[in-house]
Design a protein around this ligand. Structure first.
Ligand code: ZN
Length: 235
């Protein structure tokens, strides 16, 4: 893509496979990119350390991206743990509730994240928000839907009186295609970086490295990541 990049973006970056792929996508596409993460008292602190390691590895491995990758912001959303009661912030096991939603669901979490991200973007002069929301593999989260993102884009643009675009490069692709997208963007260097450094497991397990990355191998996030990897690897 060379020097054709335009625009300034803020990537919602958790240190997982999806948001790392979104970050690579943004670094190929935009002239300047910053990242934002949310600390909401996740049960597994590993997420907050893994995201810094992943940023460091991206800078070290991809010099062409390093020059476009700016500041990282971490927003303390501990209040989210106080107003919600879910398996991600409390010591209970992952299960599916009567509504069909897994108990990892924090109601409206992405709406809050996008609102805080928009506030950071406004202050930093960034005009695009990039997130890993996805309808294809989603666990039923209504705040990941494309129609929700379109509505948020309108609400935020109106409320800030500034055109703010929400980009969701993973919206219509499955986990196998997310691996394929990472490979397209950064080759084997990027897929290996994602395997070795990103974290997706709901149970916070990082003691066993599988071909698809670290994780317990049994929670819904690990099962999706594993199945996606296997489908991609055999394509
Ligand atoms: Zn797991």
């Amino acid at each position: 893509m060379g020097s054709t990049q335009q625009g300034r973006a803020l990537v919602l970056f958790s240190g997982g496979q999806d948001s790392t792929t979104c970050l690579a996508w943004a670094l190929e596409r935009f002239a300047y990119v910053e990242t934002v993460g949310f600390d909401y008292g996740q049960r597994h602190r590993v997420e907050m350390t893994v995201r810094l390691e992943t940023l460091r590895e991206l800078r070290a491995t991809f010099p062409q991206w390093r020059q476009r990758l700016g500041e990282d912001h971490v927003i303390d959303l501990a209040v989210l743990g106080k107003i919600s009661d879910t398996a991600l912030t409390r010591e209970v096991s992952i299960a599916y509730e009567k509504s069909g939603l897994p108990n990892t669901f924090v109601p409206g979490r992405n709406l809050l994240f996008l609102t805080f991200a928009a506030t950071v973007a406004y202050r930093r002069g960034l005009d695009v928000l990039v997130g890993g929301m996805c309808e294809t593999d989603f666990s039923g989260y209504p705040d990941c839907r494309d129609v929700t993102m379109k509505a948020m884009q309108s609400a935020l643009s109106l409320g800030l009186d500034r055109n703010l675009k929400i980009e969701t490069p993973l919206m219509w692709i499955d986990k196998a295609d997310t691996w394929a997208l990472a490979h397209l963007l950064g080759g084997q260097s990027l897929t290996q970086l994602i395997i070795q450094h990103t974290h997706t497991c709901y149970n916070g397990v990082r003691d066993t490295l599988h071909v698809w990355g670290y994780g317990c191998g049994a929670c819904p996030a690990c099962l999706l990541r594993k199945a996606g990897f296997e489908k991609w690897a055999t394509q």
